[in-house]
Design a protein around this ligand. Sequence first.
Ligand code: COA
Length: 337
Amino acid sequence: MKIDTSLTMPQLPEALSQAGLNFTVATEEDFDDIMAMSQDIYGGLDYLPTRYTSWLQEANRTVILARKQGKVIALESVCVIDDGETMLVEGLRVAPQERGKGVAGVLLRFCSELVKSKFPEVKVTRLTRDDRLGPKDFQKYRIITKQGILLVRFRAEDLKSRLSALGLGGDIQSPLSTSSTNHLPVRLDQTAVHQLYLTTDLMQGVLPNATIIQDWQPFKPLPSNMAILMKKDIDWMVDDLSSPTVASLCTFPFRVPIGDDWYYLNIDMFGKDLDLARQQFLCHLQRHTATLKGHVMCQMFLDPPLWKPMAEFCHTTLSVELVKEYTEQCVVESDVI
Ligand SMILES: CC(C)(COP(=O)(O)OP(=O)(O)OC[C@H]1O[C@@H](n2cnc3c(N)ncnc32)[C@H](O)[C@@H]1OP(=O)(O)O)[C@@H](O)C(=O)NCCC(=O)NCCS
């Protein structure tokens, strides 16, 4: 979806066009202006600095800027997924001095009108939120699924030593397991991912509301979405190929703007078995701390009841620092009308 018009929207309701904003498609040259209004976003875990250039090149995505007197004051990315049926909203941000004035609402509506005009087959808008939803949000959105957010931080070298001290330096054979099925998690190659997620219904009981959430992006298990996911550096894991109970997706570590040597690791965990989830968590940690030097913010999204025992495990067994108490990631959806 590449749009290179000046983005005027004649059908935009009067109130929106009166907001004194105009809209442009983001380009490479806008990067510094966008970063200038993005300071401290997502507690320093902003993925946009890492993703910006590739976002501009993605065929199914457009990044829209709102400008006031020519100055960039807000950004939203829209991406058409789910075989063209879903418009995924990401990256939404408004410059700090412009917040609370309705800018996000105007931008959301503008982007929705834009996508509707270019892609009439789009049926729903989806987005992922981590703030507390209010009554107005519940009138607007249906909840597709919720995951608990567990955020921990550590020095990669410290965790590596800790894992070795626990006897987890080589192949993970978890002595911490209390489960009778004590076999190792399986890392999936692309063929195995396709087979498991697309040609069987084995993941039905594992995925929350039939949704693969990968680093905040919710996808239906469809071939067109798999093509998007397969372009990313992700470790896919399950406990058992023929009868999966827990599955996880882990990004490769990428830099975040908290500080010079800070990395971010995003783990999406699906399923309800604590012991199997812990095993996969350990495997991801072990694999990605083996060569990494520096500080790591590791964010895991998991079934809400697993949050507390997993947080205790992080604190008492792994000696990593909990950054915040329980919060939730909500995938929400509304009809495009
Ligand atoms: C969240 C943020 C974008 C809201 O911007 P804002 O201009 O102050 O918001 P508004 O004054 O337009 O008021 C709220 C409107 O935005 C929507 N909104 C608020 N937070 C939202 C969010 N996280 N995701 C989507 N929509 C959101 C509300 O539903 C409301 O829409 P409505 O006008 O249709 O009712 C802004 O505070 C911000 O940039 N925060 C830092 C970045 C961030 O947390 N982004 C959210 C990513 S999930």
